[in-house]
Design a protein around this ligand. Structure first.
Ligand code: ISL
Ligand code: CA
Length: 532
């Protein structure tokens, strides 16, 4: 396997720097803190680390509103701290991905400051500007993901500008050659500093109908609170337009010419997400891999698991499997509860299922500790998305609370000061140092799983053949050459029996899983990961 293919089957650990480790006592995690705990990431068995944005930003969207792509926000440190992070990661054998917010910038970014000044400046067309309707209203009915219209008025130009997210996040026109050159320059800046890949934010929003036609109306899914407004229309014209891929192809060509870099896309949860992942990551697609929040919207049952298995089996697609991240409810609270409490067996099963899939993995900080979604009061919320939709949707802060490193230390080893968000309920008891001493802990399971994945060629690189089993059993076989591993999962509390052609009936106890080597037809317990 050539070095350029290091990402195949890789596990990418996501660090949300604000909440990882604070080293200067201001209650906010920083790059020096992220660097200090990289040994935790390496010991877990990850291959790479993705750092959420740490660039200069007014932090209206906690860094996803970039005001200077080439400078570190003082809250997080300096450019030298970023260099030290990269060097330390490389010394530990970890690749580094940085977040690349290609679709928009902060309204304080010099590009937008110039563009908004008048209609004739050199950057006048770097963003999507449109005249008002005769009644003064916005040019069409497009909505922002974060609530309200996707258009805001700029009195100096007497025009509206497009923003798919906050009004403070004007959308770039990535079809404009000067914008493309400026973005490639940013990519080059970080590649020159040694990063190995880019996580590309919200790529489904890069293209829209050039005629700016309104979206057709649609029903709202009442169970999906963030869709309360956004889901009131079918997003036919404001996003998912093929032109959006144009810049991604340019970026791929650019990175390939520089020795290669991993491009990891973030695909929206609009219907057809996995089809789009195939289009982005298949043979003619611009990216190596992409993930979507779509699977995180529903329950984890046999039907859902089978649908993920079918997606993982597609040879025309290279998905990245993420079950938690900074945008969504933590997996422990979503899929792993029994009678209101976290069920360690379910945590282990979901982790094993994820780790056995074909493709790449994203593991979000704290997922390896089995952290639950924190419950915050309205006063404690910082996320504008949550503030806009409270109380139906409580936003994303519940997944962004600080990491508990030490059960005994003050501030759980995260910070000496009051943290920017409170710790989640019970998170102190889940601290990493406590789990280090517990061989049955979620951390121990995750370590075993990720090392097993790394050391088992058919799990890391093999094809995936779905098995047709009756619920509550689901399973698949991973195959590489003459190596085969059966991955079987019992999504119930009861023992089940299964006849396999190669051997005797196998009993799968509880919410457990076993891995079998068909050639020897007996359970091959995956080093300490099987749950009985
Ligand atoms: O599916 C969606 C809308 O249909 C959303 O999940 C969307 O893809 C997601 O909100 C995009 O998230 C990314 O971009 C945002 C930022 O706030 C998130 O943190 C980031 O992950 C704007 O930059
Ligand atoms: Ca700090």
């Amino acid at each position: 396997m050539s070095d350029r293919n290091w990402w195949r089957g890789a596990t990418i650990y996501q660090i949300y720097p604000r909440s990882f480790l604070d080293t200067n006592g201001d209650g906010v995690g920083d790059l020096a803190g992220a660097t200090r705990r990289l040994d935790h990431v390496a010991a877990l068995g990850a291959d790479a680390v993705w750092l959420s944005p740490f660039y200069v930003s007014p932090m209206c969207d906690f860094g996803y509103d970039v005001a200077d792509h080439k400078a570190v926000d003082p809250l997080f440190g300096t450019l030298e701290d970023a260099d030290r992070f990269i060097a330390r990661a490389h010394a530990l054998g970890l690749r580094v991905l940085v977040d690349f917010v290609v679709g928009h910038v902060s309204d304080r970014h010099p590009w937008f400051r110039a563009s908004r000044a008048d209609r004739l400046n050199p950057k006048a067309d770097w963003f999507t500007w449109a005249d008002p309707q005769p009644d003064g209203g916005p040019p069409n009915n497009w909505l922002s993901v974060f609530s309200g219209p996707a258009w805001s008025w700029e009195p100096r130009r007497r025009q509206y500008y497009l923003h798919h997210f906050l009004a403070q996040q004007p959308s770039l026109d990535t079809r404009h050659p000067d914008v493309q050159a400026a973005l490639l320059d940013v990519a080059g800046f970080w590649l020159d500093r040694g990063v190995d890949g880019l996580r590309l934010d919200a790529i489904d929003f890069l293209g829209h109908d050039p005629a700016l036609r309104s979206n057709p109306a649609a029903g709202v899914d009442p169970g999906d609170a963030p869709a309360k407004l956004f889901g009131m229309q079918r997003h036919e014209n404001d996003m998912l337009h093929p032109e959006g891929e144009g810049f991604l192809h340019l970026l791929r060509t650019f990175t390939e010419a520089r020795g290669g870099a991993l491009l990891l896309g973030e695909v929206s949860s609009q219907p057809g997400a996995f089809g789009r992942i195939a289009a982005y990551t298949g043979p003619a697609g611009p990216l190596q891999t992409a993930y979507t929040l779509a699977p995180m919207r529903g329950p984890f049952d046999a039907q859902a698991a089978n649908s993920f298995i079918l997606e993982a089996a597609r040879t025309d697609s290279s998905p990245c499997w993420a079950f938690s991240n900074h945008d969504t409810m933590r997996v422990a609270s979503r899929w792993c509860m029994t009678d209101g409490k976290v069920d360690r067996r379910k945590l282990a099963l979901v982790a094993a299922f994820q780790a056995a899939l074909r493709g790449q993995l994203c593991v979000y900080q704290g997922e390896e500790l089995g952290l639950t979604e924190a419950e915050l009061t309205h006063d404690q919320l910082r996320d504008p998305f949550g503030i806009a939709f409270w109380p139906e949707f409580k936003g994303r802060d519940g997944s962004r609370t600080p990491m508990p490193w030490s059960a005994e230390e003050r501030g759980f080893g995260f910070s000496d000061a009051a943290p920017w968000l409170p710790f989640g309920q019970g998170h102190g008891g889940c601290a990493a140092d406590r789990q280090e001493r517990d061989p049955e802990s979620p951390l121990a399971h995750w370590r075993a799983l990720l090392h097993w994945r790394r050391d088992t060629p058919e799990i890391k690189h093999g094809s995936l053949a779905p098995m047709s089993l009756d619920a509550p059993l689901v399973g698949f076989e991973r195959v590489l050459g003459d190596r085969r591993t059966l991955c079987l999962f019992n999504l119930s509390d009861e023992r089940r029996t299964l006849s396999l052609e190669a051997g005797p009936a196998v009993i799968l106890p509880g919410w457990g899983f076993q891995l079998l080597d068909r050639s020897i037809a007996r359970p091959r317990r995956a080093r300490a990961v099987a749950v009985a």
